[in-house]
Design a protein around this ligand. Structure first.
Ligand SMILES: [Zn+2]
Length: 289
């Protein structure tokens, strides 16, 4: 379905495509599957018409996560304006704001504003407005436990409404132990570990083996993926558990990043490239389909 959507977009653009170098040709080949970018932050000031044009020419079916430096509503606004292309997540800036202003009272669920926000978030999830929760910043930043009452509440929302919870958490012993407790507490929840926590292939392998509900987005990991053979071995071992992300602040960097992703995908067996490119993200975003 995604491939068809992109092919249709490409046909409309044929006169333009003919004038571009071969890389831009977006008739997606078996080697170059459509991409779903699950780590793209919305921000005020992006030229979204230009962005969606680039999505078409780069073969990107969908992109999203939460707004950066803006309320959840911005992601919803964009999702409405570009139906089927923008994936709205909720919670990134709101939760970060509560942790900053209320500290421990926020992550122990003693601050009334947090309780009110979580109620509002649940209503929005119930209404199907958001496709995910996150990216929640756990470590670094104002650090708070990955299995705190606040995270357990978000985890229960992930399980109940079948939406992934994306977290940014560097792979240090203590936060990893907390994350493992959260993962084990309810296997119906799904966790996307942003940037695979910056960890190397060996610890990621151990965690993937131990936790079937752990996924990782590979934003920020392109240099390692291109250089380290063991990463590609790991992707082959767990082809269903990784998704692609860009996580860059400008349109120019976005275009470069997606081009680099194409290079990585083209080096993988076609079935694995399709899974990483879009199939895993589709499954996470539409569980049960
Ligand atoms: Zn991010």
């Amino acid at each position: 379905m995604l491939a068809t959507r992109i092919r249709t977009a490409c046909r409309k653009m044929l006169p333009l495509i003919l004038s571009l170098p071969p890389f831009h040709i977006c008739a997606v080949s078996a080697q170059s599957p459509p991409i779903i970018d699950l780590h793209f932050h919305f921000a005020n000031g992006w030229d979204m018409d230009a962005f969606t044009r680039h999505m078409d020419s780069l073969g990107i079916a969908q992109a999203g996560n939460a707004a950066r430096g803006a309320p959840d509503s911005l992601a919803l606004e964009w999702a409405e304006r570009y139906p089927g292309r923008i994936i709205p997540f909720a919670g990134k800036e709101a939760i970060r704001g509560f942790i900053r202003s209320d500290g421990e009272r926020a992550w122990t669920l003693q601050a009334p504003a947090v309780i009110a926000y979580l109620r509002q978030l649940e209503d929005a999830l119930k209404a199907g407005q958001f496709k995910g929760i996150g990216e929640i910043n756990i470590y670094p930043g104002p650090r708070f436990p990955a299995d705190s009452p606040l995270m357990q509440r978000l985890w229960s929302l992930s399980a109940a409404y079948r939406v992934p919870l994306s977290i940014h958490m560097d792979a240090r012993d203590e936060p990893v132990a907390e994350m493992e407790r959260l993962l084990a507490s309810d296997r119906r929840g799904t966790l996307i570990w942003a940037h695979a926590g910056g960890a190397g292939p060996a610890p990621v392998r151990r965690l993937m083996q131990a936790h079937p509900n752990l996924y990782a987005d590979l934003s920020g990991r392109l240099p390692a993926l291109m250089r380290i053979r063991e990463w590609k071995v790991l992707l082959e071992e767990f082809p269903d558990r990784f998704v692609i992300g860009s996580d860059v602040p400008t349109l120019a960097e976005f275009v470069d990043t997606i081009r680099s992703w194409r290079k990585v995908l083209d080096q993988l067996p076609p079935a694995t490239a399709r899974k990483l490119g879009h199939e895993n993200a589709e499954r996470l975003l539409n569980p049960g389909h």
